[in-house]
Write a protein that binds this ligand. Structure first.
Ligand code: FES
Ligand code: FE
Length: 404
């Protein structure tokens, strides 16, 4: 049962309510989230250069589905449900590989990289079989920021509106992020975190800086205004990033200069600032003058989430690091510590979500207003009513929709 009083302050205070604890622990709510959020929205799944040449493929999990993402000969990067059209076996059974075709290991139905069925035992004796119809089922694909984004819905939300719209909301326009040239950066480091917490706790944590003074000593050293608990936000219609401290020379674990220089096209106002954007439902973009940090979240269960974090630098910087002429450690270490501090906080919060003491939910302070907006979006997307008399309808969250 979800009881929510989101439109009213908590009695006698300026605090606002959160969803109740079981929103973070109930497997049926998690199933609804998979169906209504992750299987209907655009998901950022991998860096496009992780598929460097024709035939390279990777499998990724989105909602309850597994998807093959492959670089084809004729159609760039494409994606398919990892389901054989014959009798359903997984076609690709590893996390990644490279092949000329995609062949199922059960009865050897074989698919072109472009998806059509091209060979199968005795196929020539069945000339009526439509090779497109019995090809792999296609998933919608876009590339943006150098990443492959996929959507399982047959009629996906407009990418420009749904994904770029989040950036416009944050910056007022799209150029501010274009300045970083993220699509042409290279990944200098990737770290994968297995976080024992519900995905919403991780988003909520990212949306506020009320916790920064308590748990992020290194980050607040570099960006002192975070110690006041204020995340970067738009002020008077102006885009406002978060300023580096006066004596800080770079976004590194000790504030020392990274020596990488700035990304070439950033605006003068972006040269000593940190910006952060959440692209719902599973991406965080963090920009600093000389690199960009991108998180992708993959919910595994109601209490477990995989987070993959990439540190992106200019290609020449990564090349020098690979040649041991340059060290990325101090830059990577800062956000790696931030990640560990944040994820530990989320993991220490998750068990309390099933406590009697949190059954009615908790409270948001005014500076956590982004979280309140996120909750409103969550209720709306899941079709859960937010008023107290919606107890009955909320008691039974919408049944998971069939995968598109
Ligand atoms: Fe794939 Fe039979 S299930 S070939
Ligand atoms: Fe944090």
């Amino acid at each position: 049962m979800i009881i929510d009083h989101l439109d009213e302050p908590l009695p006698g205070s300026s605090l606002r309510p959160t969803p109740p604890g079981h929103a973070y622990t109930d497997p049926s709510i998690f199933a609804s989230e998979q169906a209504e959020i992750f299987e209907k929205m655009w998901n950022c799944v991998l860096r496009a250069d992780a598929l460097p040449s024709v035939g390279h493929w990777k499998t990724v999990r989105i909602g309850r589905e597994e998807v093959i993402v492959v670089r084809t000969r004729k159609a760039g990067v494409q994606a398919y449900f990892n389901v054989c059209a014959h009798r359903g076996m997984r076609v690709c059974t590893a996390a990644k590989g490279r092949s000329r075709t995609l062949q199922c290991g059960y009865h050897a139905w074989t698919y072109a990289l472009e998806g059509d069925l091209v060979a199968a035992p005795n196929l020539t004796s069945m000339p009526d079989v439509d090779r497109q119809q019995y090809g792999l089922r296609r998933v919608q694909v876009r590339e943006w920021l150098g990443y492959v984004w996929v959507c399982l819905a047959e009629e996906p939300p407009d990418f420009d509106e749904a994904v770029l719209g989040e950036v416009r909301t944050r910056f007022g326009e799209i150029e501010s992020i274009d300045n970083y040239g993220i699509e042409s950066l290279r990944c200098g480091k990737t770290k994968t975190y297995d976080v024992a917490a519900n995905w919403k706790l991780i988003i909520e944590n990212f949306m506020e800086c009320y916790h920064c003074a308590t748990i992020h000593p290194e980050l607040t050293e570099v960006i002192p205004e975070f110690a006041d608990g204020l995340a970067s936000q738009r002020k008077n219609g102006e885009v406002h990033g978060s300023n580096f401290g006066q004596d800080v020379h770079g976004f590194t674990v000790d504030g020392s200069a990274s020596g990488f220089g700035e990304l070439p096209s950033i605006a003068p106002g972006q040269d000593r600032r940190y910006y952060a954007i959440t692209v719902k439902p599973q991406v965080f973009i963090n920009t600093v003058p000389d690199h960009v940090i991108i998180h992708r979240m993959f919910p595994v269960s109601e209490s477990r989430t995989t987070v993959v974090c990439d540190w992106l630098f200019l290609p020449e910087v990564v090349a020098k690091a690979e040649a041991d002429e340059l060290d990325l450690t101090k830059s990577v270490e800062l956000f790696h510590r931030v990640n560990r501090q944040d994820f530990e906080a989320c993991e220490l919060t998750q068990p309390s979500m099933s406590s009697k003491a949190y059954a009615g939910g908790g409270a948001l302070v005014p500076s956590e207003h982004h979280i309140e907006e996120f909750h409103a979006w969550w209720y709306q997307t899941l079709g859960l009513r937010r008023d107290a008399d919606a107890e009955d309808s909320a008691a039974a969250p919408p049944a998971p929709a069939p995968a598109a």
